[in-house]
Design a protein around this ligand. Structure first.
Ligand code: UD1
Length: 365
């Protein structure tokens, strides 16, 4: 059977890559990779496919940016004929982006089995578009693969049959484990961007609408980073959306090249090198909370909640919200050597994709 694997946005690539690779080794199942085109800049795209050794997508829907309704609807309209043309398809979606729910909905209405990888994560914050995508995708999925134990309880509380849920671990950590030896050194990344090469640094990423869309929130977070940057420089790889907001809000002067070292969007191997060698990471990303836990690097999450509680319960993650006093106090504590130690959650061991494919082989052949 054909397993149609969908990717749309940057965090999807690291999750799909090991699954596609494991499916290529399967005698019974054949992967077919479809890119919705939700992310389209080369820096958010081709670079990752090359680094992760992923085959070029068999189809790119070229959807691009738009309002949530437009983007989701365009993915649905363009995905349907691709799915119709696939032989005896099963749909596999990862994560929580708009492309995930859009394709899951198309398949579910056609009676095509839907598999959701990274199921059951809940922030319980419906103001996050991703939370809506997670809840709805899980409701229409036939098989649900979870990354941490807490996810199964979230799913059964929403009425999902426990027999459909499989705890397999974290495919994003499969990619991390496989690529760690190839991580690009921070010195190379900084020099390539014409920035001063520093040994000791923090790394930050910001892209959530709740952190970057309001100029006063964004300005305040940049001020915090700059303050931390007086102790050690903060490397800030910028999502295109964040760069655009910084420019349109007149905040560019805060990216001074001393306390804050701004970079363009980084490839996977450069980002891995930055995280692995950072003294501290400050982020609003979901994936980076998990990657820092896997790497054992202290992470301050600039949000009030997380859908990935294992990173806090077992890992190196601390939720600090957006209050400058709390962010600075936690950052100073971490820099003074009091950064949270952690352990690696169960099954974040590099073999999650193999477990997924073995369940699929049993279920579908
Ligand atoms: C999406 C995901 C988010 C994920 C993030 C990772 C949803 C609802 N959100 O957010 O969960 O953490 O990807 O990056 O699916 N843009 C570009 N070039 C691109 C892509 C986007 O310039 O290649 C800019 C455009 O101005 C666009 C904006 O970024 O309007 C937002 O892009 P969009 O795909 O809507 O969501 P992200 O913020 O990237």
């Amino acid at each position: 059977r054909t397993v149609v694997c969908v990717v749309g946005a940057r965090p999807n690539y690291m999750k799909a890559a090991p699954i596609v690779a494991a499916l290529r080794d399967s005698a019974a199942l054949t992967p077919m990779l479809v890119h919705t085109g939700q992310h389209y800049d080369p820096d958010m795209n081709e670079k990752f496919f090359a680094e992760l050794g992923m085959p070029a997508p068999q189809s790119n829907l070229g959807v691009g940016s738009g309002s949530h309704a437009v983007q989701t609807a365009e993915v649905m309209i363009r995905f349907e004929p691709v799915l119709d043309a696939a032989q005896d398809p099963i749909l596999l979606v990862v994560g929580d982006v708009n492309s995930t729910i859009a394709c899951a909905l198309v398949a579910a209405k056609k009676g095509i089995p839907v598999i959701h990888v990274e199921a059951g994560l809940r922030s319980r914050d419906r103001a996050m578009p991703e939370e809506i995508n997670r809840v709805l995708t899980d409701q229409i999925s036939d098989l649900l693969f979870t990354t941490e134990r807490s996810a199964a309880a979230n799913l059964t509380a929403e009425g999902i049959d426990a027999a459909r849920i499989h705890f397999v671990g974290n495919v994003m950590i499969d990619t991390l484990v496989a690529n760690l030896p190839r991580a690009i050194s921070p010195a190379e990344t900084l020099a390539a961007a014409g920035l001063p090469v520093v040994d000791r640094f923090a790394v930050s990423t910001l892209h959530r609408p709740s952190n970057v869309d309001d100029p006063s929130v964004l300005g305040c977070l940049l001020d915090c980073l700059s303050e931390i940057g007086r102790d050690l420089p903060v490397i800030l790889p910028l999502h295109p959306r964040t760069r655009a907001r910084i420019e349109s809000c007149g905040l560019s002067a805060k990216l001074d090249g001393k306390t804050i070292l701004p970079l363009g969007p980084q490839g996977y191997l450069a980002m891995l090198g930055l995280m692995k060698n950072a003294t501290l990471v400050l982020t609003d990303s979901g994936g980076i909370q998990e990657e820092t836990t896997a790497l054992g690097i202290p992470c301050l999450t600039l949000r009030d909640n997380t859908e990935r509680p294992a990173t806090v319960a077992f890992g190196t993650n601390t939720l600090v919200g957006r209050d400058p006093a709390r962010i600075l106090a936690c950052a100073r504590e971490a820099l003074a050597g009091g950064g949270k130690a952690g352990r690696i959650p169960e099954f974040w061991d590099g073999h999650a994709a193999r477990r997924i494919v073995s369940v699929l082989e049993t279920a579908f052949t």
